[in-house]
Design a binder for this molecule. Structure first.
Ligand SMILES: NC(=O)c1ccc[n+]([C@@H]2O[C@H](COP(=O)([O-])OP(=O)(O)OC[C@H]3O[C@@H](n4cnc5c(N)ncnc54)[C@H](OP(=O)(O)O)[C@@H]3O)[C@@H](O)[C@H]2O)c1
Length: 291
């Protein structure tokens, strides 16, 4: 089979068309990697590919709406057919929606994109990662997870929807998923899984679908000196989990600007993690007994 990377290192970066993911994709291509960028915007993806021309590595764009489980499965097939190895899988795509939206799978959008897509894509690509080991799985979480609690009786927010709560819960799910996967993956696979809080970065497009009030507050924050983290700093934090040799050894770590940090008690709670794992498997239609 002819593949695009011809044996060179490959990183998959979801949400690589904007914000911190975009800088990360360029950085990894500058390091000589082949970077498979996943996003929805054809225009942003095409522009990024053109901008990478002349860098030691390459960027390829894989247009996918991660809200749809069928699209996530197709993406996994496309990536496996295009590249002969995957050294890093970076789950960075994220969204926040001011109103409750249901995907075509009948799942609340924030949960679908921010948590279930990483869960399913990891499930579909894990064999390839293990075959490419040493390999890494990196998840962009958020410090906001510490203010959240998972409501298993209303995970899809059907009874009550608050945009920030839904977002915070999806980020709690990111951390719980990271810890649970790290524990389940045998050390012998040589695949590590870690997650990061990139900082509060008001200059990205994350809150493009937020309410007008939230967007105005974020805009004001982006103009205030000393508030928040720059996109560059956020991307650097994310990049360290992909390239720093330490995170080729450590697994199950939540990293902030202060380095490895304790996640919330709920994210670390084994019963919560196991329940989330089972519920997630059910929602995406896979056997929970993995890896
Ligand atoms: N900004 C912050 O303050 C902050 C703080 C903590 C954590 N984070 C996390 O950092 C990550 C990156 O966010 P960012 O701040 O850099 O925001 P951003 O500029 O809005 O980037 C988000 C990325 O996710 C992609 N995306 C969103 N929905 C998607 C979907 N349905 N299918 C495929 N791709 C989708 C977007 O792709 P398209 O544009 O092509 O659709 C874009 O590339 C997110 O996981 C976010 O939760 C951000």
């Amino acid at each position: 089979m002819s593949t695009t990377n011809e044996g060179g290192s490959v990183a998959v970066v979801t949400g690589g068309t904007s914000g911190i993911g975009r800088l990360l994709a360029r950085d990894l291509a500058a390091d000589g990697m082949t970077v498979a960028v996943v996003g929805r915007s054809e225009a942003r993806g095409t522009k990024l590919v053109a901008e990478a021309d002349g860098l030691p590595g390459t960027i390829r764009f894989h247009r996918t709406d991660l809200a749809m489980q069928a699209a996530v499965r197709s993406l996994a097939e496309e990536l496996s057919a295009t590249y002969d190895r995957i050294d890093a899988l970076v789950h960075n795509a994220g969204c926040s929606s001011h109103a409750r939206v249901e995907t075509e799978d009948g799942i609340e959008l924030t949960l679908a994109v921010n948590h279930l897509a990483p869960y399913l894509l990891t499930h579909e690509l894990l064999d390839g990662l293990v075959a490419s080991a040493p390999a890494r799985i990196v998840v962009t979480a958020s410090g906001i997870h510490t203010r959240a609690t998972l409501r298993f009786d209303d995970l899809g927010c059907e009874r009550e929807y608050d945009a920030l709560d839904a977002y915070a819960r999806s980020k709690l799910a990111n951390v719980a998923f990271t810890l649970e996967l790290a524990e389940r993956l045998p050390v012998s696979t040589d695949v590590t899984v870690n997650c990061v809080h990139p900082g509060f970065i008001p200059s990205t497009n994350l809150f493009r679908d937020a309410s007008l009030r939230t967007r105005l507050l974020i805009r004001a924050a982006s103009l205030a000196p000393g508030v928040g983290t720059t996109t560059r700093e956020g991307a650097d934090r994310l990049r360290s989990l992909v390239t720093d040799p330490a995170y080729g050894e450590r697994t199950g770590t939540y990293v902030t600007g202060d380095g490895p940090t304790s996640p919330s008690a709920e994210a670390a709670d084994q019963a919560v993690r196991e329940r989330l794992w089972e519920v997630s498997a059910d929602l995406v239609g896979v056997d929970p007994d993995w890896p």
